[in-house]
Each structure stands twice: as structure tokens, then as C-alpha cells.
Design a protein around this ligand. Structure first.
Ligand SMILES: Nc1ncnc2c1ncn2[C@@H]1O[C@H](COP(=O)(O)OP(=O)(O)OP(=O)(O)O)[C@@H](O)[C@H]1O
Ligand SMILES: [Mg+2]
Length: 400
């Protein structure tokens, strides 16, 4: 046993019981130290990993940026002409890691910062705009929402719907199915409406490209975007590609004074070449619309680009009546309408004018605190809209 000497416990090193318990104690301590050592070791490994990560991050942050450019053409296995996004065209070296077959004209590539050598071919970009296109919902407009235009609807059904629905009909007879139509006519006559209705009635994917947006929003990118949109349409075929406001990109080439004009010109050339690429077009039907066919580049009107050029005329009196009925359908009326008189009064009005008249008539009713629209409201609306048109200098009297 351990003896006490004054206030300290003196171990009796000869006592076997003490020696055993002391050995146990040391064993426990050794085990504890062993565990601690393992913990420290694993902590060391963890910190080592973190150091490595941070070192790699520093490396990454230090790498100089690469420039981006587009291939104009490859000259041979080692050199190519590229267009950098900011500067002039450059003749550059192609790195040996790059697969030369990937370097088609207009491929995006990354360029070494100093030598501009092509380091890598980049995957084709999908513009947010192109990406969004997939999500385009089916328009709600139906053929029934179109007043008049019966013959035009039939024609578009034959040229756009039929080849998509029954391509075998064309195969059997041995003719090439039509590839596209061009709709033209005065503003507000229902061209956009008609194209949307076609999209609604077929199962095809509907992609809408608006000429003016292409020119305004995607300066310098128009040609590329046209190419990508056709590519997108091919990948998602059967599809209908609707090019609205074609005149914004397809107007006749005048003197190309500004670089903006040349840019539009490049976009048009790309469009023409896509329209010509019939073999690869697959099940992509093109519907284009314009209210300025007179200024379109004649190249667009050449046979083979659009198979049918369909005029969307001003509505006849019968059509105007139909259009009134379509827009009146959802309105709460009272007291009977003199539709004959309204039709007569709107000689020279377009479908859009008639829609406006109905909306305005509703506004008159709201102003008069009524919950229904009466004949008088329509007459007031016609008066208001014709006078607005006169002020705008479009007409001298009425709608004509
Ligand atoms: N034939 C029609 N039947 C019914 N509504 C019509 C008709 N034509 C035009 N409208 C109405 O007018 C609106 C505008 O017409 P739309 O946008 O189709 O004209 P547009 O011919 O494309 O004109 P723009 O040349 O200015 O683009 C339509 O949303 C529709 O409400
Ligand atoms: Mg339109």
C-alpha cells in the first residue's frame, strides 16, 4: 500500500498492487495519447487538403484570361483567320490540341491572350433568347378567331400544315413539299394573328423571330443568331419558324453607308443562305410576314425561297362583320347593335382598327358608369378612332 508521508502520497514502488494499477493507468494514458495523435493526424491531413485547394485556387486566379473570337476560315492545319469580338480579323496559329475539324466558320474559339493562337474550340453558344424559344407556349389564337381570310387560311394550311402532318402525300405524288410562305399586307390586317393561329392548330414547335428585335437587341450578332435559330428549329423539328417584321432585316440593299447597314446586310445574307439550305432544313417550315413587301430585297422574293407569297388583303365588308362578331363575343352588350351600320361605317378599317373600336366602345361604357356597352358607344368609338387617324395624317376622312 502507499504510505502517507505528511501530506504527500508516496508511492510504494515495491507494492505489486500499486505497480499493477500504475501500469493500467499508463496503458490508459497511452491509448488516450494514441487517439489524440490520430485526431491531430487527421486534422493535419484536412489542413493539408485545404492548403492544396487554396494553392490551386490561387493558380486558377492567376491564369490570364483568354480572348474569345470566331473562326472566319481555316487556311491550313496550322493557321486560321479569326474575328475577335472587339478588334480586326487576325491570322493566327492553331494549337496542336485543337481538333481542326471542329473549326468551321463562325465556331467560337478561345484565343491565347498574347499570341491569339486558337487554344480551344468552344461549344456553340445558346443565346438566352434562343434558349427561351424552346419555352414558347402555344399561342392561344385559333382559326376561329380570324375574321375573313378564308382563302388565305386554306392556302397556308396547304403549304405549312399539310407537309408537316402528311409528308407522305407529297412523297407519293413525287413533289417537293413547300418550305415556306411569305405573308404581306397592310399593318393590322391579321398577319401575325394568322401565323399564331397556324401554330396553335399544329403540333409543331413554334419559334418566333422578330426582325426589328433582331436588329435592335442583337447588334453585331444578327447573322449568328439567325444561324443558331435555324439550327434550333432543325433540332426541334417538326417546327414552324415565324419571322415577323421581315422588312427590318430584309429590306433592299441601298448604299451601305454605315457599319449598322452592313451588319443588317450580313444578317440578311445568312437568312438567304438558311432559306436555300432546303436539304438540311428537314421539317422546318418558315412563315415570314411583312407590311412592306415593296422594300424587300428582290433576292428574298426569288422563287425557291418562299414557295407562296400570300397577300393578306384589307377586310371586305363581310369580313369586317365577322371581325366585329369575333371581338364582340366577349363583350357585354345591351339594346341591340346595328351591325350593318357599323360595318358600313368602317369601310377601309383593318382588323386591328375594329378591335380598337370595340375596346374604345368598352371604355366609353366604363366612363358612363355602365356595366354594358350600347350601340352609341360604338359610334363614339368610331368617331374617336377616325379622328385620331386623321390627326396622325394617315387618312383624310374616315378609314379610307
Ligand atoms: N382578320 C382579323 N380577324 C380578327 N381580328 C383581327 C384580324 N386582323 C387583325 N385583327 C386584330 O388586330 C390585332 C392586330 O393584328 P395583327 O398583329 O395580326 O396585324 P399584322 O397584320 O401583323 O400587322 P403589322 O403589319 O402591323 O404587324 C390582332 O391581334 C387582332 O386582335
Ligand atoms: Mg404583325
Amino acid at each position: 500500500m502507499a504510505k502517507l508521508s505528511k501530506d504527500r502520497l508516496e508511492p510504494d514502488t515495491n507494492d505489486p498492487a500499486y505497480l499493477i494499477s500504475y501500469a493500467h493507468h499508463l496503458e490508459r494514458q497511452a491509448r488516450q495519447l494514441e487517439t489524440e495523435k490520430q485526431m491531430v493526424e487527421s486534422e493535419r491531413l484536412r489542413l493539408q487538403r485545404e492548403v492544396n485547394n487554396l494553392k490551386a485556387e490561387i493558380e486558377r486566379l492567376r491564369t490570364p484570361p483568354l480572348f474569345m473570337g470566331y473562326v472566319v476560315e481555316t487556311l491550313n492545319n496550322k493557321t486560321a483567320i479569326v474575328r475577335s469580338t472587339t478588334g480586326p480579323n487576325l491570322i493566327v496559329t492553331i494549337s496542336r490540341q485543337v481538333d481542326i475539324s471542329e473549326l468551321k466558320p463562325d465556331t467560337r474559339v478561345s484565343l491565347n491572350q498574347r499570341t491569339f493562337a486558337i487554344v480551344r474550340a468552344l461549344p456553340p453558344s445558346q443565346d438566352p433568347m434562343v434558349q427561351k424559344m424552346e419555352l414558347i407556349e402555344k399561342p392561344l389564337e385559333k382559326y376561329n378567331d380570324i375574321g375573313g381570310l378564308k382563302q388565305q387560311i386554306q392556302e397556308i394550311q396547304e403549304t405549312v400544315e399539310l407537309p408537316l402532318l402528311k409528308p407522305e402525300l407529297f412523297e407519293k405524288i413525287g413533289i417537293e413539299p413547300p418550305n415556306g410562305v411569305l405573308l404581306h399586307g397592310a399593318p393590322g390586317t391579321g398577319k401575325t394573328l394568322l401565323a399564331k393561329a397556324v401554330a396553335h392548330e399544329t403540333e409543331a414547335v413554334f419559334i418566333r423571330l422578330i426582325g426589328s428585335e433582331l436588329v435592335q437587341k442583337f447588334i453585331g450578332e444578327g447573322a449568328r443568331l439567325v444561324r443558331e435559330i435555324f439550327e434550333f428549329a432543325r433540332q426541334h423539328s417538326p417546327s414552324i419558324l415565324f419571322i415577323d417584321e421581315l422588312d427590318a432585316i430584309g429590306s433592299r440593299r441601298l448604299d451601305l453607308a454605315t457599319s449598322g447597314d452592313r451588319e443588317v446586310q450580313r444578317t440578311l445574307m445568312q437568312l438567304l443562305s438558311e432559306l436555300d439550305g432546303f436539304d438540311q432544313r428537314g421539317d422546318v417550315k418558315v412563315i415570314a410576314a411583312t407590311n412592306r413587301i415593296d422594300i424587300l430585297d428582290p433576292a428574298l422574293l426569288r422563287p425557291g425561297r418562299f414557295d407562296r407569297i400570300i397577300e393578306i388583303p384589307m377586310p371586305t365588308s363581310e369580313s369586317r362583320r365577322d371581325i366585329f362578331n369575333i371581338h364582340l363575343d366577349s363583350m357585354r352588350l345591351s339594346g341591340g347593335l346595328d351591325l350593318d351600320y357599323l360595318t358600313l361605317m368602317t369601310e377601309g378599317a383593318t382588323g386591328a382598327d375594329i378591335k380598337n373600336i370595340c375596346t374604345e366602345a368598352g371604355m366609353f361604357a366604363i366612363r358612363a358608369n355602365r356595366d354594358h356597352v350600347i350601340n352609341e358607344d360604338f359610334l363614339d368609338a368610331i368617331k374617336k378612332i377616325t379622328s385620331e387617324k386623321e390627326t396622325a395624317g394617315r387618312n383624310t376622312t374616315g378609314f379610307i
